[in-house]
Ligand binder design. Structure first.
Ligand SMILES: [Zn+2]
Length: 412
């Protein structure tokens, strides 16, 4: 057995997505790795030492969460209000986006720090430049950086060249890098095809925004509506952009069949689309607070799960989060939102927030558990240990902030 110091956390309760709630529970770590997890007497027996015990009697210990869809480079912009006019909103985001390397780096640092403090251990971060990828990996926030690519109509070749040149500048290992053709209304077939080819060649992960709004559908079906106005306003419209007559998911079908995708949003989908997404093994990152912010209600995440789709949770950018949220980049806040709005089972929400998020990012799902052998990325949320109600339900009902503990404490 290793000589490294063993730290034991004894908590009011402890659980992960693959174990029942144990109360009171304990977890022992050594060298940053979980070596024992269970009820307190069992862990004491297995570890055989009580030299460094940390008492967290008023807390539930959970694995850290996976934020499968975020835009950390926008963190410095902060929360923004939404009037209902998407195109104006998009233009104000483009204007507010950090413009210099220094501003981008500061925004990334802020986003990484806010994520770590909110108990996020892994992230699927959509980035606009190689600098943002370096900022995340230097800050040791695990996950995938999805490099955005754009290009419509005659601008597609230029978009592909920009992507190729950014990839040449990168010194990132493939398992931390992904590509994100932005959306079917901002990236054309040529850009999606290039992204798929590169992803297959270099084993990059793939993600895209899909079926987010009715405007997107209108744009793809008959090349009309506010998105056309937006493309004209930013000088990206040309007459080679044609109506496809297709719903966004049908438009994506050739690419869905070629690779494993992480699809952000999917707010507007029919049964056939859900079946196609399931058959192609794609994951869906649902960002419930962001969807509600834009007025996209009645998301079919439960139908998707029933059809076999791997659904996970994301925050989207900080812009869409409530101003009064103390931890706006928190996945627990997304879980609380769904629990309170839909009464979705706490156990299901924990799956979405942990193991499903890992699957969506191509990571081993056991990473976001408390099972022996995994790195101790844990967090703790206050509960009332004398309250007989399910501790997981308690943390969804209360509004206490999350604390990261274990391995990641050294990062804060
Ligand atoms: Zn997004």
């Amino acid at each position: 057995m290793s000589n490294l110091q063993i730290f034991t956390y004894e908590a009011g309760a402890i659980t992960d997505a693959v174990s029942q709630v144990i109360r009171p529970g304990a977890v022992a770590i050594q060298g940053g790795e979980i070596i024992s997890f269970g009820d307190q007497s069992q862990v004491r027996r297995e570890v055989g030492s009580r030299e460094a015990v940390r008492q967290l009697g008023n807390y539930l210990i959970l694995p850290q969460f996976v934020n499968a869809h975020a835009h950390l480079d926008l963190t410095s912009v902060g929360q923004m209000s939404y009037s209902g006019a998407f195109v104006q909103w998009l233009q104000s985001v483009m204007n507010a986006r950090p413009q210099t390397d220094e501003a981008l780096n500061a925004s990334m640092q802020k986003g990484v720090c806010a994520s770590a403090k909110a108990g996020v251990g892994w992230i699927g971060d959509v980035v606009n430049s190689p600098g943002a990828i370096a900022a995340r990996s230097e800050a040791k926030l695990a996950g995938i950086s999805f490099l955005e690519c754009f290009g419509m109509g005659m601008g597609q070749e230029e978009g592909c060249l920009r992507l190729a040149s950014q990839l040449q500048d990168l010194d990132a290992s493939a398992n931390q890098l992904g590509l994100q053709p932005h959306a079917p209304y901002s990236a054309g077939h040529q850009v999606y095809q290039r992204a798929v080819d590169l992803a297959i060649q270099f084993e990059f992960r793939l993600s895209t925004h899909l079926a987010e709004s009715k405007m997107e559908e209108q744009f793809l079906v008959d090349a009309s509506g506010p998105i056309v106005d937006h493309l004209k306003a930013i000088g990206k419209w040309d007459t080679s952009i044609k109506a496809s007559g297709l719903h966004p998911v049908d438009w994506m079908k050739p690419y869905l069949k070629k690779a494993e995708w992480l699809l952000a949003h999917c707010n507007y989908v029919d049964d056939d689309h859900i079946k196609l997404i399931a058959d192609c093994g794609a994951s869906v990152a649902y960002c419930p607070i962001a969807s509600d912010y834009f007025g996209h209600h009645h998301h079919r995440y439960r139908d998707m799960m029933a059809a076999g789709v791997n659904v996970c949770l994301g925050t989207d950018s900080i812009l869409c989060q409530p101003r009064n949220e103390f931890q706006p980049l928190s996945i627990l806040a997304q879980m609380r939102h769904l629990y309170r709005r839909d009464r979705t089972s706490p156990r299901v929400l924990l799956e979405l927030a942990t193991i499903n998020g890992c699957r969506a990012l191509g990571l081993d799902p056991s990473l976001a558990t408390l099972q022996p052998g995994v790195q101790a990325r844990m967090c703790a949320v206050p509960i009332d240990p004398d309250n007989s109600n399910d501790p997981l339900a308690q943390v969804l009902e209360n509004d206490y902030p999350v604390r990261s503990i274990g391995f990641s404490e050294t990062l804060l």
